[in-house]
Design a protein around this ligand. Structure first.
Ligand SMILES: *[C@@H]1O[C@H](CO)[C@@H](O)[C@H](O)[C@H]1NC(C)=O
Length: 339
């Protein structure tokens, strides 16, 4: 494996970043013996022991439900990760994506294709049976994303809890969420507005290693790139033929990692390097000078991709969270604000 010097530099700074995060999280997590003294205050950070006494089986319940659902339908795993991402992408990780009314986020065009709502409902029902009015829908979504990641061979990370569910969900706020054709400046700025950096952007895009898109999202790229009537010339010819054959209908699905679509690995980055990117944004990350060194680093190291994915998912799960008593609530039904 040959690394360029800029890649080595990035690799080292990423490693340092990981070590700092590991140290930081062991500092803030209270030990079991401290729990009785630990009084969370308004605006408190998330913490691992949040449900230890109020719902001790919470993680086990969620995990066994995820086992059940993904055994029936393995394609749910990427959808569940996406559901958490889309929740956090608008108004922070507050369960706003789950609210079901005629003008809520899930009715927006950007939410078309989102799946897994019934999985969350099923989990919530079981949690309400075992520990009523205790576990927030936002915490369920973040745990489900972790368990779905592990299910497909991705990394495990410890969850921190205490997110409240929000009261507001507006379809029009979904219009800011990137849909696969935006330029890199927009992507970076969107992530920055959530407190996420460029490493988070590139590594969370790596979730495409197991994702699918509808052909609608790439029609222009393969048939009418920039209104030329031709395909994007950056797509490798054999891959273009493949995409055209796959995409007879806009509603057909196409894998975002064509070589190992069901395995959580760094092939997504290797494919991008080889001209086999599916979404326009995947390709843009390769050609933009700000993100291309990171694409190269993750294409070189599957280990680093796994490590950093866990770190960036923790960062994502911290996005604009509601923790104060008056900021949010524990919804009884994830689809509706409490009466
Ligand atoms: C990137 O996209 C944004 C939003 O669509 C647009 O305003 C901006 O001009 C674009 N920048 C470049 C460099 O194309």
């Amino acid at each position: 494996m040959v690394l360029s010097s800029s890649s080595v530099h990035l690799l080292l700074s990423l490693l340092l970043h990981l070590i700092v995060i590991a140290v930081k999280s062991s500092d803030v997590v209270p030990q079991m013996s401290d729990i009785s003294d630990y009084v969370p205050s308004v605006g408190e950070e998330l913490w691992e022991e949040h449900y230890v006494t109020s719902c001790p089986n919470m993680q086990t319940i969620i995990q066994s439900k995820i086992d059940e659902w993904t055994a029936k339908d393995p394609t749910l795993a990427p959808s569940l990760i996406r559901l958490h991402y889309m929740d956090c992408a608008v108004r922070g990780c507050d369960g706003s994506i789950l609210l079901d009314n005629p003008s809520s986020e899930r009715t927006a065009p950007q939410a078309r294709g989102l799946r897994g709502f019934q999985v969350i409902d099923d989990i919530k029902n079981e949690l309400e049976r075992q520990c009523p009015e205790t576990v927030s829908c936002a915490d369920i979504l973040s745990t489900v994303a972790r368990d779905a990641t592990v299910k497909v061979g991705g990394p495990f990370w410890s969850m921190s809890y205490g997110r409240k569910d929000g009261f507001i969900s507006k379809a029009e706020e979904m219009s800011l969420v990137p849909m696969g054709y935006e330029n890199v400046t927009y992507l970076i700025e969107f992530f920055q507005s959530k407190g996420l950096n460029m490493v988070d952007l590139v590594v969370l895009s790596g979730a495409h290693t197991i994702g699918r898109a509808t052909c609608d999202a790439i029609q222009d790229r393969i048939f009418n790139f920039k209104a030329t009537g031709k395909a994007d010339p950056s797509i490798k010819p054999q891959y273009l033929d493949f995409l055209k054959r796959k995409c007879r209908w806009g509603s057909d699905y196409v894998h975002l990692d064509p070589t190992t679509p069901n395995t959580f690995d760094n092939k997504y980055y290797k494919n991008i390097q080889a001209g086999m990117s599916t979404l326009a944004t995947d390709h843009s990350l390769k050609i933009d000078s700000r993100t291309s060194p990171l694409i190269n680093v993750f294409a070189e190291s599957d280990w680093l991709f796994h490590q950093q994915f866990a770190v960036s998912m923790i960062n994502l799960g911290d996005t604009d969270i509601l923790t104060g008593d008056d900021e949010g609530e524990i919804r009884v039904n994830c689809n509706y604000v409490n009466q």
